[in-house]
Design a protein around this ligand. Structure first.
Ligand code: ZN
Length: 371
C-alpha cells in the first residue's frame, strides 16, 4: 500500500473538512498535511476512511505525541495486508494469518481489531480460543491494546448474563451461545477472531452450526500455526485442498513460517539428538541381557526356551516401563529412564553454551511415566 495520499485523495479530504484543519479549525493553506489518523507506521492504511486534513502546526504537534509502534515488523506487514484485503480491496470478509506459535498472533490481531474499530468498520469483537488459559490471555491483551473490557466465557452452559460488548469464548463454550452470537452478528458489525483454527476442525461436530452462527459477521480473522491437517474431517471457515492444506488466496493470507520465526529470533530452533538406546538388563542369578531398539534381544540358551520371555524383553515395552527402587516409589537412578534424562540434561547443558535460553521437552507415553 502507498504511504502518501494521492492528489485526488488530498482534495477529497480538504473538501470533506470544508477547507478547515480537522484539529484546530483554522483555514487550510495549500501546503496542508493529508494525515493518517492511525499512523502508517502503526499499520494505518492510506485510505480516505483513515485520512484527515491537518494544518502544518497541528500535524507537527501530532507527530511529536504519537507513541512508538509496538509491533514487530512482520506484525506491521500483516496488519497492513489484512486492512488492504478487508477494507480497501474488499475481496472477501475473511483474512488468514498463518504464523508459528510464539510469533505474536494475538497481539497483531488485537491491533487489527483496534484499527477496524478506529476506522469505524466494526462495532464489536468476538474471539474464539481453544482453552480457558488462552481466553484469559486474549482478554488481557485486548484490554491493553484497545482499552476495552472483554468478557470471558469458558462454561458450556450458554449463560449470557453479564456479558459485555466484546466477548472471548472457548471453542467448547461457543456451542451453548450459537443463538446469541447469531443474533449479535446480525445486529452489529462484528469482527470474529478464530484462534487456533485447527481446533475448530477437531470439534467439527458442530462445524456447520458455527458457520451459521457467524455467517453474518462483518469480518473474520482466522489464526493458525498449523495450516495442515490430517484427520480428513470437514473444515470450518476455510476450504482445504486434497493434501489437507488450507486453500485460500495469497492476497488474503499472511504467512510467517517457522523457519522465518526462528531466523527473526521469535521462536527457538528445535533440534533432535539421536540416541541409539542400548541398555543392559540384569536378571536374577547374575545373568545379563543386552537390549536394543535395533534388534531383538539375544538370550542365553536356557532362557531362550522360556515361552514369552522374548516378548517381555521388547525394547519399547521396557523403555516405557517406569523403574523404581524397592519402595516402588523412588525412581531408580540407574534405570533406563533416569539415565536417558541424565544424558539429555548433559546435551542441554552443552546446547546452552551456544543458546542460553534453550529448553528441553520430554514426550512421555503416559501420565504415570511423565510423573
Ligand atoms: Zn490545525
Amino acid at each position: 500500500m502507498k504511504r502518501c495520499f494521492s492528489t485526488r485523495q488530498r482534495r477529497i479530504l480538504a473538501w470533506v473538512a470544508a477547507g478547515r484543519c480537522a484539529e484546530c479549525g483554522q483555514p487550510l493553506e495549500p501546503d496542508f498535511h493529508a494525515d493518517h489518523r492511525i499512523p502508517f507506521a502503526h499499520g494505518g492504511p492510506t485510505l480516505l476512511q483513515n485520512g484527515q486534513a491537518l494544518c502544518r502546526p497541528c500535524n507537527q504537534r501530532k507527530g511529536a505525541q504519537m507513541p512508538q509502534p509496538q509491533l514487530r515488523p512482520w506484525q506491521q506487514d500483516a496488519l497492513r495486508k489484512a486492512l488492504t484485503w478487508l477494507v480497501e480491496a474488499r475481496q472477501d470478509r475473511r483474512f488468514l494469518i498463518n504464523a508459528a506459535p510464539g510469533a505474536g498472533k494475538t497481539r497483531v490481531s488485537c491491533v487489527i481489531a483496534q484499527t477496524l474499530l478506529a476506522l469505524g468498520e466494526i462495532d464489536r469483537v468476538i474471539v474464539i480460543a481453544p482453552r480457558a488459559e488462552v481466553v484469559n490471555q486474549w482478554a488481557d491483551d485486548f484490554r491493553q491494546v484497545t482499552g476495552r473490557y472483554m468478557s470471558k466465557v469458558t462454561a458450556r452452559d450458554g449463560d449470557i448474563h453479564g456479558l459485555g460488548l466484546d466477548v472471548c469464548a472457548t471453542w467448547a463454550a461457543i456451542q451453548g451461545l450459537q443463538d446469541a452470537l447469531q443474533a449479535m452478528c446480525g445486529a452489529a458489525r462484528v469482527l470474529v477472531i478464530c484462534d487456533e483454527h485447527h481446533h475448530a476442525a477437531v470439534q467439527a461436530a458442530w462445524g456447520e452450526g458455527a458457520d451459521s452462527a457467524f455467517a453474518a459477521a462483518q469480518f473474520t480473522l482466522v489464526l493458525t500455526g498449523t495450516p495442515i491437517r490430517s484427520d480428513g474431517a470437514e473444515s470450518v471457515w476455510l476450504p482445504y485442498d486434497d493434501a489437507g492444506a488450507i486453500d485460500y488466496p495469497e492476497g488474503g493470507t499472511y504467512t510467517l513460517t517457522y523457519g522465518e520465526a526462528v531466523d527473526l529470533g521469535y521462536c527457538r530452533p528445535v533440534t533432535f539428538h539421536r540416541h541409539e538406546g542400548r541398555f543392559t538388563l540384569d536378571l536374577d542369578g547374575g545373568q545379563t541381557v543386552q537390549i536394543s531398539g535395533q534388534q531383538p534381544a539375544t538370550l542365553p540358551r536356557p532362557l531362550a526356551r522360556i515361552p514369552g520371555l522374548q516378548r517381555v524383553l521388547d525394547f519399547y515395552r521396557l523403555a516405557c516401563t517406569p523403574q523404581y527402587q524397592a519402595d516402588k516409589q523412588t525412581p531408580l537412578a540407574t534405570g533406563y529412564q533416569a539415565s536417558m534424562i541424565e544424558s539429555a540434561a548433559q546435551k542441554l547443558d552443552d546446547l546452552r553454551l551456544r543458546m542460553p535460553n534453550a529448553g528441553g521437552l520430554i514426550i512421555a507415553p503416559s501420565i504415570e511415566m511423565a510423573e
